[in-house]
Design a protein around this ligand. Structure first.
Ligand code: FAD
Length: 309
């Protein structure tokens, strides 16, 4: 970005609502707690504000990064040299209409699921342990325990990257494993979901079971992005990594989890370069040993320099 961030921040503050800031640290907004600052930060308080930020970015041709709750990103140590459009706590809330709900994209997936369960509405309880926002979950087609968010999605609303309104019905979105191609070039501001009436106490128990299983299997005591890699057809990424003798291996402050080899943990003030070097090591080693090319689930944001280990 060539323009002065402070000057752009002043201009942007005139066109949108919510918070605008130049050179804001981003690491606290990621589950990894890693990464440098963003040149420009915009956290609109309304859906209309998001549209206006996008029109501004489009007109000035600035690089855009849409940040939800940052639980599936690895942000470069140099940060993001453009605008970070935050759709998190600033755009939070939902409305029930019988068995349906309209949910703002920044709402925590788990908070919404708990609210639905309290009302005796099920269908998403399998997803309760997934950190992150509704927008991030739609964009990633997040899933767990055989359920993906696509199963309950009726429609997605938001804006195209030029700031024009966008609406997609479920059947217009080709959801796949951790992907939703039609949502890649848009900013999601809300989703509409179809739930099912069920006994609230049974749903609560199911959620407790799911959280207990996740707690047993996953290294939740350290910052991470969850599974770094997608599940390759016919394999589990974690067991391939384990069989490649990489469990517990560390580079700098980053370590392959001894509990679940699909997770790379920030155990000791890791840098993004440490995590990235471990990602590359895993990719090389798994390919050499098993001929399997692992595909990343985590989104790398900013610049990463290749270096050999
Ligand atoms: C401990 C742990 C466990 C996890 N377990 C699971 C699991 O079981 N299943 C699973 O699927 N995932 C899991 N994840 C990964 C992650 O939680 C999900 O991918 C989640 O849906 C990401 O949501 P987010 O708001 O944090 O997105 P972010 O990390 O902020 O962003 C992820 C991607 O979505 C885009 N994005 C975010 N918000 C929007 C928006 N409003 N509009 C457009 N694009 C947007 C971003 O640009 C980025 O490309 C886990 C992560 C952790 C840390």
């Amino acid at each position: 970005m060539n323009a002065d961030p402070a000057e752009l921040a002043a201009q942007l503050a005139d066109v949108t609502d919510g918070e605008v800031q130049a050179n804001k640290p981003l690491a606290p907004f990621t589950s990894y707690k890693i990464g440098g600052p963003t040149a420009l930060w915009a956290a609109p308080a309304t859906e209309a504000g998001i549209g206006r930020v996008l029109a501004f970015i489009h007109e000035k041709q600035l690089p855009l990064f849409v940040l939800g709750h940052g639980s599936n990103v690895l942000l470069s140590d140099a940060g993001w040299p453009g605008v970070t459009l935050y759709v998190g706590e600033n755009l939070n809330g939902w409305q029930f209409d019988h068995q349906q709900a309209q949910v703002l994209a920044g709402s925590r997936l788990a908070d919404f699921i708990r609210a639905a369960v309290t009302k005796g509405l099920g269908g998403m309880e399998q997803l309760v342990g997934i950190p992150g926002s509704i927008g991030g979950a739609l964009r990633m087609n997040a899933g767990a325990f055989g359920r993906e968010i696509e199963a309950v999605t009726m429609a997605v609303s938001g804006f195209s990257l030029d700031g024009s309104p966008f609406q997609a019905e479920r059947q217009q979105i080709d959801f796949g494993y951790r992907q939703a191609p039609q949502l890649e070039k848009m900013v999601i501001t809300s989703g509409r979901f179809q739930l099912k009436t069920a006994d609230s106490r049974i749903l609560q128990l199911r959620m407790q079971d799911i959280l207990a299983i996740r707690g047993r299997k996953q290294p939740l005591e350290y910052p991470s992005c969850g599974s770094v890699f997608k599940r390759p057809p016919g394999y589990y990424a974690g067991s391939l990594i384990e069989q490649a003798d990489l469990k517990g291996v560390h580079i700098g402050g980053a370590m392959v989890s001894p509990k679940h080899a699909g997770f790379i943990l920030n155990t000791n003030n890791a840098t993004a370069a440490d995590v990235y070097a471990l990602i590359r090591l895993i990719e090389r080693r798994v390919y050499e040993r098993f001929g399997v090319r692992l595909e990343r689930e985590v989104k790398l944001i900013g610049n990463f320099v290749e270096y050999t280990t």
